[in-house]
Design a protein. Structure first.
Lengths: 352, 318
């Protein structure tokens, strides 16, 4: 049999565009037919009436306008509790934090600009924490994205007991970490089950939690906890890819991997962005797991940002805290900005 | 034009060969489905194992636990009190099912129940009031969108995306200004005003057609009536999803109490569980299971809501 090729990627997209155009036209004509011409004129008339009202509003006659303005104000009032709280607990203190980061101490208020940041940078503990956190995120986030996409594809294919599997994969998300830490300690203990399994493959024993491999344990725990959540996001995105374009591609004898690379990935791009951001945020939260597994002073490779912050809270060194917080937020903003820009660049020609 | 090569090869084949090809394809698909199912089952086992193990181990008697796992938890102290075997025996099913641990936890040592109660008292008001505040705010964001509102909403999104390491410093500062540090208010208030629920509910409410609300307005309904009798009923499902998501998040909290509550007696069970002493390790599994129960119940009741909520979260730009 001759080899089937699919050099027609472009053709598929073109056909898809045609289909869309035709559909739009069909919609347009349908609308024209169904809507009698009178109505459109009526619409214009109502606009005129509205504009009269608007003019009248100035003179104090337009009751509709007045009513609208009033309800506009009332609906804005609904916002007040939340805005007040957010201002009080997040925005205003954040500005103060910004201020603390550039003065020498909260009593003297000498402006020192970048000194605090330099101090924080020169702090060995901070560098260790930043390095570990970065390393963890760089390894764990892509793993989380790829594996959860794999799980979603697995559930998207035709297998029985789909909804049961979905439930199973989602349960870890519900279970509080504190409940699961005990069994994790048992599994990864020096004489524990994981070492027994690796021994089957001839690997030596490692004391997982008290060596450089501690990060592996944390990554496994992180993935275990977060994959379900990401999977749900990917599943809903996979479900929203229009069926026709997949059918067109199959008719053009595209192979599954071609469909995946050229069509699915492009439709998924915004979801990939979101999942990456969420995984990134969750990867910063991983302190929780480490703290519960190893207490305040863990092995060096899992000393994270939050450990640093906690220990600094202990001494109440506001300058260090503020500078570190500001640095973190800057890094977050930059990363998220970059992610958004790349997504905008790649996902441009796809209609969501 | 495009599919012509394809057609030709099909025409040239004899009927028998064609049938064979179809059958082969069917077989491949079947095998593939089996492999996928097995893979999914394998993953499911991996995902469920820790939970199942925790639950089954909670039915072990204290002596059995310390003989099996004593080594694991004895390392931090000078050594176990009971005899410790060389290996860590991971057991799926206890030798003897006993409820003694649960009886101890529930009846004899009130410490754990007290911490459990701490967790409840910290989480429930946050879920309730965050939902309430967020409902009001998201209605405000939905009706009449203007530039200022969009800017505020964008600020909310940024705040939502910030990790604890950033938000905890401002929270700590305010708590110390207001002298609510080391009281429950330090956890409650930032939790109640957290922007997360606002974001999710607003995204949902903006999908409600404007015409529905306008119709109500023309019929003479005031803003409060529109909110109470039109928006809230329509958002019921979304409210459930949001409530579940908030509940999971705060039931699992560790960072906030560690920093904002220096008094150990107020700590929730999630923090306390890691500090269980060596002698009481037998109880730990039972306590862990009890701590898991509320979330699992919520999950059983509201899995669909949860999935829906996660789905709404996707697509930050929308």
């Amino acid at each position: 049999m001759e080899r089937r090729e699919w050099p027609f990627r472009r053709a598929v997209w073109q056909i898809w565009k045609k289909v869309r155009e035709i559909r739009k036209e069909a919609k347009g004509t349908g609308n024209k037919k169904s809507r009698p011409p009178k109505l459109s004129r009526q619409g214009e008339e109502s606009k005129k009436i509205l504009s009269v009202h608007r003019k009248g509003g100035k003179a104090g006659k337009g009751s509709i306008e007045k009513k609208n303005a009033k309800s506009r104000r009332i609906s804005a009032a609904f916002l007040t509790p939340s805005v007040f709280g957010v201002m009080l607990f997040f925005v205003v203190p954040f500005i103060v934090v910004l201020y603390y980061a550039v003065v020498n101490n909260p009593i003297q208020h000498h402006f020192v600009f970048l000194d605090n940041f330099i101090n924080v940078f020169n702090n060995a503990a901070f560098r260790q924490a930043a390095y570990n956190t970065m390393k963890f995120s760089v390894i764990a986030v892509p793993l989380a994205v790829v594996l959860s996409l794999g799980l979603a594809m697995l559930l998207d294919s035709k297998i029985p007991f789909k909804s049961q599997f979905r439930t199973f994969f989602l349960t870890p998300m519900m279970v509080p970490i504190a409940s699961i830490v005990l069994i994790w300690q048992v599994l990864f203990h020096y004489n524990g089950m994981v070492n027994d399994i690796t021994a089957l493959f001839g690997a030596g024993k490692t004391d997982w939690l008290k060596s450089e491999h501690a990060q592996v344990v944390i990554i496994v725990l992180f993935l275990w906890k977060n994959l379900g959540y990401n999977m749900i996001l990917f599943m809903s995105a996979l479900g929203s890819i229009p069926k026709d374009i997949l059918e067109v591609a199959i008719l053009e004898s595209a192979k599954p991997w071609q469909i995946f690379v050229h069509i699915k990935i492009r439709y998924l791009s915004s979801t990939v962005l979101f999942v990456t951001i969420m995984s990134l945020i969750n990867s910063f939260k991983v302190f929780r797991e480490i703290y519960l597994l190893t207490d305040d002073y863990p092995y060096n490779t899992v000393y994270m940002m939050q450990h640093f912050m906690n220990n600094t809270f202990g001494n109440l060194d506001y300058q260090k805290l503020s500078a570190a917080a500001i640095l973190m937020s800057l890094v977050m903003i930059v990363i998220i900005g970059i992610l958004f820009l790349t997504e905008n660049h790649f996902g441009k020609d796809v209609e969501g | 034009m495009i599919g012509s090569g394809n057609k030709k090869s099909g025409m040239e084949m004899s009927e028998g060969a064609y049938k064979k090809m179809i059958e082969r394809k069917k077989r491949i698909a079947k095998v593939r489905r089996w492999i996928a199912t097995l893979l999914a089952a394998f993953c499911a086992v991996l995902f469920l194992m820790p939970i199942v193990l925790t639950v089954t181990n909670s039915f072990m008697a204290a002596s059995e636990i310390s003989s099996n796992y004593g080594q694991v938890f004895a390392t931090s102290d000078s050594g176990g009190k009971t005899f410790i075997s060389e290996k860590v025996n991971l057991k799926f099913i206890p030798d003897m099912v006993s409820f003694s641990q649960y009886i101890t936890v529930l009846l004899k040592s009130p410490d754990y129940l007290f911490k459990f109660w701490n967790s409840v008292i910290l989480v429930v008001p946050i879920v309730g009031f965050q939902l309430l505040v967020a409902l009001l705010a998201s209605y405000g964001f939905t009706r009449y969108r203007g530039r200022i509102k969009e800017i505020i909403f964008f600020t909310y999104i940024i705040l939502m995306l910030m990790p604890y390491q950033v938000t905890l410093v401002p929270n700590y500062l305010v708590s110390s200004w207001l002298h609510i540090l080391d009281t429950r208010w330090a956890i409650w208030l930032p939790g109640i005003f957290s922007p997360f629920a606002v974001y999710l509910l607003t995204k949902y409410m903006r999908r409600i057609p404007v015409s529905v609300m306008e119709a109500a307005q023309i019929d003479g309904a005031g803003e409060w009536q529109i909110f109470r009798h039109i928006c809230m009923p329509l958002c019921k499902g979304c409210m459930c999803s949001v409530a579940i998501l908030i509940f999971i998040d705060y039931w699992n909290m560790v960072e906030q109490p560690l920093i904002l509550l220096s008094d150990d007696s107020m700590h929730p069970l999630s923090v306390f569980l890691s500090k269980i002493k060596n002698g009481e390790i037998g109880l730990a599994f039972a306590v862990a299971t009890i701590y898991m129960v509320p979330t699992l119940l919520v999950f059983l009741y509201g899995e669909d809501y949860l999935v829906e909520g996660i789905t709404y979260q996707g697509g930050i730009k929308g």
